[in-house]
Ligand binder design. Structure first.
Ligand code: DAH
Length: 369
């Protein structure tokens, strides 16, 4: 005969000492499950005599109730401890500093470009754009590059595969083809303009990406240029010089900029010149506005009569100047960056260091950069 009080004290002690909910569940199955110890005792009641049953029944039922209550009590306690531990582990420490917020920066090329646009816009230039994928006519032929001329090779052109008409497009090697597009467009409207007494001056700048198969510290296969074009009846080299000198003083934000024109050759201008700025190269960095070294920063000249003819303008009536400058190179010069290739390497640390705040929009009146 099972000693009920011994069994009860054993089971109650094991319930009270169960370390976790799983151990408690195992105990419940062992005692109260279908063939558990107490369940077997309850089944035994049916085989007893009525007197025995009257005596044993309340005891076994009492044992079952006491063990079930002890298990439930221990379960509630264990669950409370588990919840406390979870809450302690998961609590949010509101005194911790917030994670840093990543803020975008304006790329120095775009900053330089915005500064240039602000300066030329103030001088009355409008903005024009053209396609990056060009044809040979706009990139070379209309600009007076003779067929098979070595200058075509000098540009290290990226050619695209031949299309179904046997024509090979190219990635434009300079922004000069947009001169041609602008002048063609103006020429189409010329008769109606003249009829209305509104003859053009054309005064445009053309910022954009250009491509050449070239890569070293001062050349990248993709870079940015800005073209300038002014066409009117009496425009001459003096206007070009004044425009570029004024631009340089404003862009470099110093009156001390000294420039010089050096004769040069471009197929699309005659005469042609390269412009240098005086600078100081000692000490591994370049400073504008001091020193006695020269640095080439752009090309320009008077638009060649053949180019005017190629777009249908009469060179005896119209003339003008054009120039082209390297946006990245001028930006690097102004902000003091040593290697142009870093500009397009996509390193976030680089842009964090050299980039500009989006709120520093260039404005000639309040300061550019
Ligand atoms: N297109 C020339 C280049 O990429 C730069 C240039 C020179 C543009 C003289 C001009 C110009 O408009 O007149 O090397």
């Amino acid at each position: 005969m099972t000693d009920l009080s011994q069994l009860e004290s054993d089971l109650l002690a094991r319930a009270a000492g169960a370390g976790d909910v799983a151990a408690l569940e195992a105990l419940r199955v062992e005692a109260l499950g279908k063939s558990g110890q107490i369940s077997e005792l309850l089944k035994g009641l049916g085989r007893m005599s009525p007197d025995e049953r009257r005596e044993q029944g309340p005891k076994i039922n009492g044992l079952r109730d006491a063990v079930a209550a002890a298990i439930a009590e221990r379960k509630a306690a264990l669950e409370a401890v588990e919840l406390d531990a979870k809450l302690a582990a998961e609590h949010v420490d509101l005194t911790l500093p917030a994670p840093p917020e990543r803020r975008g920066r304006v790329h120095p090329t775009m900053q330089a470009l915005d500064e240039m646009i602000a300066i030329f816009a103030e001088m009355g230039f409008a903005l024009a754009e053209g396609p990056d994928i060009e044809d040979d006519f706009h990139n070379f032929t209309a600009l007076n590059f003779p067929p098979k001329h070595p200058a075509r090779e000098m540009h290290d052109t990226f050619w695209l595969p031949e299309d179904e008409r046997g024509e090979r497009k190219l990635l434009r090697t300079h922004t000069s083809p947009v001169q041609v597009r602008v002048m063609q467009r103006v020429n189409e409207r010329l008769p109606s303009w003249v009829a209305n007494g509104q003859e053009p001056p054309i005064r445009v700048i053309v910022p954009g990406r250009v491509y050449r198969s070239d890569s070293d510290a001062t050349h990248t296969p993709m870079f940015h240029q800005m073209e300038g074009l002014v066409i009117d009846r009496t425009i001459h080299m003096g206007h070009l010089k004044w425009t570029l000198e004024t631009f340089c003083r404003r862009f470099f934000e110093t009156e001390k900029v000294v420039t010089r024109f050096r004769p040069h050759h471009f197929p699309f201008t005659e005469p042609s010149a390269e412009m240098d700025v005086q600078c100081d190269r000692s000490g591994g960095s370049i400073k504008i506005g001091e020193g006695s070294d020269w640095l080439e920063i752009l090309g320009g000249g008077m638009v060649h009569p053949n180019v005017l003819k190629n777009v249908g303008l009469d060179p005896d009536e119209w003339q003008g100047f054009a120039f082209g400058l390297g946006v990245d190179r001028l930006g690097a010069l102004k902000y003091g960056m040593p290697d142009l290739r870093d500009m397009f390497a996509g390193d976030v640390r680089w842009i964090d260091h050299w980039g500009f705040s989006a709120f520093q929009a260039p404005n000639p009146a309040t300061g550019l950069s």
